[in-house]
Write a protein that binds this ligand. Structure first.
Ligand SMILES: CC(C)(COP(=O)(O)OP(=O)(O)OC[C@H]1O[C@@H](n2cnc3c(N)ncnc32)[C@H](O)[C@@H]1OP(=O)(O)O)[C@@H](O)C(=O)NCCC(=O)NCCS
Length: 180
């Protein structure tokens, strides 16, 4: 278990699939991720198998829950580059009633602490779409800085959108006061 202030990051269980299927095809959630096509239970089960495959050292994927044990979604480090010590972070809170309550920021801070102080990574980055203002605000609160823009990287809902690359270095994370 990796304990945050409001959340707990834990191993994914195969039984999490029932909760995941409640939101995996919700466009309001998934338009923020790189999931364009409807996802079947079989496909999601295969994704979980892949994420849990310990022979792949480049991905560490976890489940995210409240301290009371309410399943919220998932959080991960992928594309882990052990030589250059960087990784891309991903997060999804599928239960929309838990948005805007600080769970995402706490989860990302908890993941960053784990990445920098347990895994000894040096840089964590992520890609967020320009319309995801909630995500951008949350990442800024964690200390991520805007590093670049991929123009017209995504086509969704009839138009192109930019992707923003945000990143944080280990030294910068240490400077963030604990109360953030
Ligand atoms: C992105 C996500 C992880 C953020 O988690 P969260 O728990 O909702 O976020 P938090 O409550 O910690 O922080 C959100 C902040 O954005 C602010 N916010 C919300 N909507 C906003 C908007 N339209 N414009 C500007 N700020 C906004 C909130 O007020 C809050 O800031 P505050 O605490 O200073 O008031 C979560 O909403 C989520 O999983 N969304 C769907 C999937 C997704 O977008 N994944 C990330 C892809 S990069």
């Amino acid at each position: 278990m990796i304990e945050g202030k409001k959340v707990r990051i834990r191993a994914i269980e195969k039984t999490d699939i029932d909760e995941i299927m409640k939101w995996i095809n919700d466009r309001e959630v998934m338009d923020n991720l790189i999931v364009r096509y409807p996802v079947s239970r079989y496909q999601e089960e295969k994704w979980i198998e892949k994420a849990l495959d310990e022979s792949n050292p480049r991905i560490k994927a976890f489940a995210l829950e409240t301290k009371d044990g309410v399943y919220l979604g998932g959080i991960s480090l992928h594309g882990i580059d052990w030589e250059n010590r960087n990784a891309e972070a991903g997060i999804v809170i599928g239960k929309k009633e838990y948005w805007n309550k600080g769970y995402g920021t706490d989860a990302m801070m908890t993941l960053l602490d784990f990445a920098f102080n347990r895994m000894n990574l040096h840089r964590v980055y992520l890609k967020v779409y320009d319309f995801n203002l909630r995500g951008i605000k949350s990442y800024e609160k964690c200390g991520f800085k805007r590093e670049g823009v991929l123009r017209h990287d995504l086509y969704v809902n009839g138009r192109y959108h930019d992707s923003i690359i945000m990143g944080i270095l280990k030294d910068e994370f240490k400077k963030i006061p604990n109360d953030k």
